[in-house]
Design a protein around this ligand. Structure first.
Ligand code: CA2
Length: 152
């Protein structure tokens, strides 16, 4: 039986985490977040690969490729959350269980951040817990996969 394989996607500007605006996004770097997720993945007995891109098309291509290689997607689409029909269509097209996460609570922020194009095609959304949003999202996604594919 092969282990479930999770794709973690980080969208634009998240490469700057820990280097700018610690008041909004905290002081963890993206490498810190990926390291914690990799530790959690080992404990949860799943495989995990992570990618950050500032380019919408790169993220779309990665989602398409995931159709044949991955079982679920954990995504912080960054600002593309609020703008990208292309990312939403890609997630809908591959039909992989997807959890949307945000470091900040997008509903406590500017009105333009309150709408997500991703949310309607995600199985759920976690927002506002800093790096723990990713960890909670990973646990939720793995639980979902175990419930839907109990023998894998
Ligand atoms: O809270 C989140 O995780 C967001 O997805 C972060 C996005 C923002 O556009 C969303 O509304 C909510 C922005 C990521 C930018 O990351 C930075 C990190 C350090 C310095 C500047 C930006």
């Amino acid at each position: 039986m092969r282990l479930p394989n999770i794709l973690v996607l980080h969208g634009p500007n998240l490469n700057l985490l820990g280097q700018r605006e610690p008041g909004v996004y905290g002081d963890s770097t993206l490498a810190d977040i990926n390291r914690v997720l990799e530790d959690d993945a080992r404990r949860l007995n799943v495989r995990l690969s992570a990618l950050q891109s500032n380019h919408e098309g790169v993220l779309v291509d990665k989602i398409h490729d995931a159709r044949d290689t991955h079982d679920g997607i954990l995504i912080n689409a960054g600002a593309y959350t609020h703008t990208s029909v292309a990312l939403r269509d890609a997630i809908a097209a591959v039909n992989l269980p997807t959890v949307e996460v945000h470091l900040s609570n997008i509903y406590r922020r500017e009105a333009f951040r309150h709408h997500s194009y991703i949310a309607p095609v995600a199985i759920g959304q976690i927002s506002g817990f800093g790096p723990d949003s990713y960890r909670l999202g990973l646990h939720a996604l793995v639980n979902y996969l175990q419930r839907s594919q109990p023998d894998s």
